[in-house]
Design a protein around this ligand. Sequence first.
Ligand code: TA6
Length: 287
Amino acid sequence: MIYIVVGNNSLPKVVLTHASGASAEVYLHGAHVTSWVTAAGEELFFLSRLAEFAPHKPIRGGIPLCWPQFSGQGPLPAHGLVRLEDWELASSETRADGALVATLRLSETPATMALWPHPFTVELMVTLQETALTVAFRATNTGSESFRSQLAFHSYFRIADIHQTAVRGLHEVMYLDAMNEMKPTLENGAEIRFAEETDRVYMDTPDTLQVVDEAKELIINIGKRNLPDAVIWNPWVAKAQRMPDYGDEEYQQMVCAETGRIIDPVVLAPGESWTGSTTFNVCATSG
Ligand code: TA6
């Protein structure tokens, strides 16, 4: 089933409940996925206990959509415009195989045009299956001039303990280290572990990576299409204390493993569209 309910702070959210018991939630505010619960009852996304559900504020957790700009890599607000706008539920369907598909849509608004003078239509297709969640983002240039755009699914994963968590799949990949003036650096470890603030943009990455939650004996597999880059982020202690919508201790229960097109932005000519997608599924490491 797919239906709209009143969510936190009276913001509307789309709820998808699969026949298997799996479920997902997407706020119309920012087309922001805030929850994916597996059929086994495991919540895979982190959502801060201090997350603000307020107009023109991003929700801290889930999957913030960063478009047309990633982080501060341009003149727009951090991570762009669309995570701050109210989208609409354009369509919902149950496929013959039982998968649920909700499509959310946003076109330019006076607020976006004031900051970025380009007409556009963006869509987020959320597909929930028994053992997987897929998010697909499509951008269309509906204006008369070309524009460049970056996209990132800024996914916050809920983990039991950052000290027992690793990210795999980025061995021998070059990254830009935001903790060292964006210095190009080679990832020489088979897995990434965390002991300090970590903020890295990995370039031209393989199309699969994994978040390994050793304490919960779970692996979150992340498969991406048309998204060459990945970002790994944990704020650690000092930055966690500086974020008002994030608990001081919450850096221990989350890791961001983001998928995107950041280094080589997409240039869309008038009338052109572009799509990037990511599929998440989870498996046990024991047994
Ligand atoms: O993706 C990592 C990052 O760019 C970090 O530098 C940090 O700023 C994080 O995003 C959160 O950004 P936000 O604007 O959502 O607080």
